[in-house]
Design a protein around this ligand. Structure first.
Ligand code: NDP
Length: 475
């Protein structure tokens, strides 16, 4: 009887918490309503330079054996002019345009036309129709979670082609890498521009739109929260999760195939990069339903930052290690390779377990076991926009007791492992860890700023109980 009452009470509390979270966070969601000068300057910088940064990295591999300094030195000393570099850059080709159009069309087809069947036979996998978090306007979107299926079908076809059909060479991606970059840019700009126009003239949900009045800020950070076409084509989920991330592992496989073609072997460093990044990508798809609750989907609007970023930045810069290894086929000694593998796996374990602990804690409203014990937490309250008081909990057990964002730390350890897999001779593969450190530190500060204004005094109690952000004892 007591157990039954306890269960009922817990369910009521859970229900109340969900409602509380729903109402209260409406006022604290998403990007800013007003633009400060610093944000505007950063945005203008990114709009102008991010495409150049991507071009610079890819061009320096193609023309300068991945040296980041030689192109600059050549230009500064007058050895070369910009036009010399540009004239040696492959242009957009019909072949690349055809490959890219086919690729995106195929991913759209897999996304909208084949309902998920993986969840019917894979134990523990959550797929099929799932609900996202409630939006500021109170809308709960439904998503067809079928990314794992799209990834599997795409890769089965890739291997079937490479092993049996031979319709195209597996080096196809590497061989068209720069022409494909132009296609990715065209799509990235087209989709961001379309999203902007759509936000103004035919938004999916007008109440979830944000306008700052500043054209550049709105273009970059997006107007619509969840732009959609029809019932199921969700821009944020599709562009975040499909053309770029499904391609990530194929791009790496193509780089491995190129190594094989050029040197007659695939180095252990290339295998390491393929395996570690493959685990990360598969994890993303296995947990796609959980991804609906992350900051990307719950707080970011859809603009150039996500649209162009997913089409260009992600597939081109997240795969730099594999590209580098085509030009520099590093063979690692066994001890070093084992060390890198261990670091990558440990990073992945921390990343996944930390995210899992929070997910379990929130799903069960604290009625679970973390590391074999009942979790400890801080009761928090916060006010909604209409002044009503609500309650939530911040866990201080497990990895969440070690640091406030230990999931980011695990992610960073994994990222470092990808870079270390390329040896220690060049800077270029290390761009990824530098970028991820900036991205996740900024994200951590951004999130804490939001939590601090949401929880006020209670956030202070939490930060006193868990004083470090990413590295216990250091930061
Ligand atoms: P988190 O999953 O860390 O979520 C942060 C939110 O969790 C907070 O806003 C707060 O929300 C809640 N929270 C904070 N502390 C606690 C606590 N102690 N107990 C319970 N809830 C808490 O953030 P992200 O969505 O950014 O990250 C998800 C994963 O995605 C990370 O592992 C990250 O590394 C990865 N990632 C990878 C990227 C890549 O490019 N490879 C890019 C971005 C993320 P509330 O208001 O509900 O309290």
């Amino acid at each position: 009887m007591a157990a039954h009452q306890e269960k009922k009470l817990a369910e009521e509390r859970k229900h109340q918490n969900i409602q509380n979270d729903t109402k209260a966070s409406q006022g604290q969601w998403g990007r800013a309503w007003e633009v400060d000068w610093f944000s505007l300057a950063s945005i203008l910088f990114l709009l102008m330079f991010a495409p150049l940064i991507v071009y610079y990295f890819i061009m320096s591999c193609a023309q300068y054996q991945c040296s980041l300094t030689d192109p600059l030195l050549d230009l500064l000393t007058g050895n070369k002019h910009l036009s010399d570099i540009w004239n040696r850059t492959p242009m957009l080709t019909y072949r690349a345009a055809a490959i890219y159009s086919l690729w995106v069309t195929f991913q759209v087809f897999l996304y909208v036309s084949i309902p998920d069947f993986c969840h019917k036979f894979l134990p523990g996998y959550v797929g099929g129709v799932q609900e996202g978090a409630v939006t500021p306007a109170g809308v709960v979107n439904k998503y067809e979670i079928n990314g794992l299926q799209a990834w599997i079908i795409t890769h089965v076809l890739w291997f079937a082609n490479a092993s049996f059909f031979h319709f195209f060479s597996p080096t196809i991606i590497f061989d068209n890498w720069i022409p494909l970059l132009w296609c990715a840019n065209i799509l990235g700009y087209a989709v961001s521009t379309f999203a902007m126009i759509k936000g103004y003239f035919f938004p999916t949900n007008a109440k979830d739109c944000k306008f700052t009045g500043n054209f550049f800020y709105d273009y970059m950070m997006g107007i619509e929260f969840n732009p959609r076409i029809g019932k199921w084509f969700d821009f944020k989920l599709f562009f975040n999760g499909r053309p770029g991330i499904v391609a990530w592992t194929l791009i790496n496989l193509s780089f491995a195939a190129k190594q094989q073609e050029l040197y007659g072997e695939v180095t252990n460093s290339m295998i390491l990069v393929n395996v570690l990044q493959g685990i990360y990508v598969l994890d993303f798809f296995w947990n796609e339903a959980w991804y609906l609750k992350t900051i990307d989907i719950c707080h970011d609007h859809f603009g150039w930052y996500l649209g162009w970023g997913d089409c260009v930045w992600l597939p081109y810069l997240y795969t730099l290690q594999g590209l580098y290894l085509v030009y520099h086929p590093v063979q690692l000694c066994t001890a070093y390779a084992t060390g890198v593998l261990m670091l990558g796996l440990l990073g992945y374990y921390i990343f996944r377990m930390t995210n899992h602990q929070k997910d379990l804690f929130r799903r069960t409203n604290g009625n679970c076991r973390i590391w074999g014990k009942k979790p400890e937490y801080i009761e928090c309250s916060y006010l909604s926009v209409d002044g009503t008081k609500y309650y939530s909990k911040l866990m201080t057990s497990g990895f969440w007791g070690w640091a406030r964002h230990f999931n980011y730390t695990g992610d960073l350890m994994g990222s470092l492992a990808y870079c270390l897999a390329c040896g220690l001779e060049h800077m270029l593969p290390y761009f990824y860890i530098v970028y991820m450190t900036i991205l996740l530190t900024h994200r951590c500060l951004r999130d804490e700023h939001r939590c601090s204004s949401k929880y006020g005094k209670d956030w202070k109690r939490y930060t006193a109980a868990v004083p470090y952000r990413l590295l216990p004892g250091i930061f």
